[in-house]
Design a protein around this ligand. Structure first.
Ligand code: ZN
Length: 176
């Protein structure tokens, strides 16, 4: 496993649409492992492949004991709304408010190529939407309001607090 370099705002790759994964090769497994390790090293909740320079439709999200590896994810249902205050490893120094669904159901493939469906709400729903937006070449800054400047220390602190706050919320996972 290896920690990969995070692409930051201004890098063209973050504005490009990622291509679907057609074949889950060992290189895809390595990418998933590296994305997890990179996300953990940065104490982040989620990461999308374009953020490490790979234009493929792959997202990882981790919250407590729940690790979601989403290959070719699609939001198939969404419900309600929430205002989500978000930041992004690719947009250092800024956070902002963005409207997200309160709950989303996402269909994706796991690393073995098995299709599964997962429903998440609140913070995780916003995290899924944020990461899936990256696959469309969109970053939260494009549609955020109330954009504020934050220091690296503040960014790290908010990631720690988010992870703790989410601790007692469980994702409802439907696998078939
Ligand atoms: Zn992001």
């Amino acid at each position: 496993m290896a920690i990969r370099e995070i692409r930051v705002h201004g890098d063209d790759i973050l504005q490009k649409k990622a291509r679907p994964v057609t074949n889950i090769t060992p290189a895809i497994h390595t990418l998933l492992d590296d994305m997890l390790e990179t996300m953990r090293a940065k104490d982040a909740v989620g990461l999308a492949a374009p953020q490490v320079g790979i234009l493929r439709r792959i997202v990882v999200v981790e919250m407590e004991d729940d690790i979601f590896e989403l290959i070719n994810p699609e939001i198939i249902e969404s419900d309600g709304s929430q205002t989500s205050n978000e930041a992004c490893l690719s947009v250092p120094g800024k956070c902002g408010d963005i409207e997200r669904p309160f709950e989303v159901t996402v269909r994706a493939l796991d690393r073995h190529g098995e299709e599964y469906t997962v429903t998440v709400d609140e913070f995780l729903a916003a995290a899924f939407c944020h990461e899936i937006d990256h696959l469309e070449g969109e970053i939260f800054l494009d549609k955020a309001t109330n954009i504020q400047f934050i220091t690296n220390e503040q960014a790290e602190e908010r990631r720690r607090i988010r992870k703790l706050r989410q601790g007692n919320r469980r994702a409802r996972r439907l696998r078939k």
